[in-house]
Design a protein around this ligand. Structure first.
Ligand SMILES: C[S@@+](CC[C@H](N)C(=O)[O-])C[C@H]1O[C@@H](n2cnc3c(N)ncnc32)[C@H](O)[C@@H]1O
Length: 293
């Protein structure tokens, strides 16, 4: 019969090994969803697709968003090197072209560019609030399907007040936290950090995920619900550090900002990747439980 002290030690070791994605939810529900636990070997980077693939999905899609908004990007374009300007149509394109662009919503552009679009709708699960659905097209296995927006905190930065009653705090495998709450103090913090980092017309992140019509429609990953024993995960989270080479004019579509301005190194993002083909009308389910062994 093991002693209470050894039982406690085992419990403590296992608890510390949880790289819990959403703290309050995991604490309450881990026992009920034991079969859905995701096991990751210690030190493993837990990536389903390579960072280069993430970039090669994001960059052309963001270029489409940028091109469709080219008349509003005139001032920014004028500051860019001529080699970058040459990649986009002139802002004074014909009236006909501008009218065509104005009628396409960001979701239409997503559908044209990626072959699917996603939307927030009431979840198909009882009492699970809002969820994210494939609203048009088809998501092939391995495709980048969404992004987890929010302010990025290093594990030593203060997040106590933002975290009270907040189910949107995502924990990366290395302890970095992303606050994807679009309300209250979290919203104010995000807006204030984004204004701090803006250089004239050059925006370093997207703020519109805080509204009901995001400019980058991928930025709704914080609303993806957890899988269960009955509903298997069809997407998974993956950390992505934005490389220095990422085009500066496209940073305005990244739905993440650093909480502290003086943190060195690349900006942390989290993307959601399809684990299987996902069809139109299906709800996205991720796995909030990751056990690092
Ligand atoms: C990151 S949020 C997801 C968005 C949430 N559905 C909403 O409408 O705000 C996490 C919260 O969603 C709810 N949730 C997520 N998965 C669920 C599930 N499988 N069943 C019931 N509620 C769920 C829980 O309230 C959890 O704290």
């Amino acid at each position: 019969m093991p002693s209470p002290a050894s039982v406690f030690r085992v419990f403590l070791t296992r608890w510390r090994s949880y790289k819990y994605r959403f703290v309050p939810w995991v604490a309450l529900n881990v026992a009920r969803n034991r079969r859905t636990l995701r096991h990751v070997p210690a030190g493993c980077c837990d990536k389903v697709i390579a960072d280069a693939e993430v970039c090669s999905s994001l960059v052309p899609f963001f270029q489409h968003l940028f091109t469709s908004d080219i008349t509003k990007q005139k001032e920014l374009l004028s500051l860019l090197p001529s080699s970058t300007r040459a990649m986009y149509p002139a802002p004074d394109a014909s009236h006909q072209q501008q009218c065509l662009q104005a009628t396409l919503s960001a979701n239409d552009i997503m559908y044209k560019s990626l072959g699917f679009s996603i939307d927030r709708q009431p979840s198909s699960l009882n009492a699970a609030g809002t969820g994210v659905f494939v609203s048009r097209g088809f998501v092939p296995k391995g495709a980048l399907v969404s992004m987890y927006p929010g302010a990025v905190y290093q594990n030593y930065e203060p997040i106590f007040f933002q975290s009270i009653g907040n189910p949107f705090i995502f924990r990366c495998l290395d302890g970095i936290l992303i606050d994807g709450n679009d309300k209250g103090i979290s919203k104010s913090v995000y807006r204030s950090c984004s204004r701090r980092d803006q250089l004239g017309p050059l925006k370093m992140c997207d703020c519109t995920w805080l509204t009901s019509i995001p400019h980058n429609p991928l930025g709704v990953g914080q609303y993806v619900n957890n899988c269960s024993n009955e509903r298997a995960a069809n997407v998974c989270y993956q950390e992505f550090d934005v490389p220095d080479s990422f085009p500066v004019e496209l940073r305005q579509y990244i739905p993440n900002v650093r909480y502290a301005h003086d943190v060195e190194g690349p900006l942390r993002c989290v993307v959601l990747v399809a684990l299987r083909d996902i069809h139109c009308g299906e709800e996205l389910f991720s796995n909030y439980f990751t056990l690092v062994q």
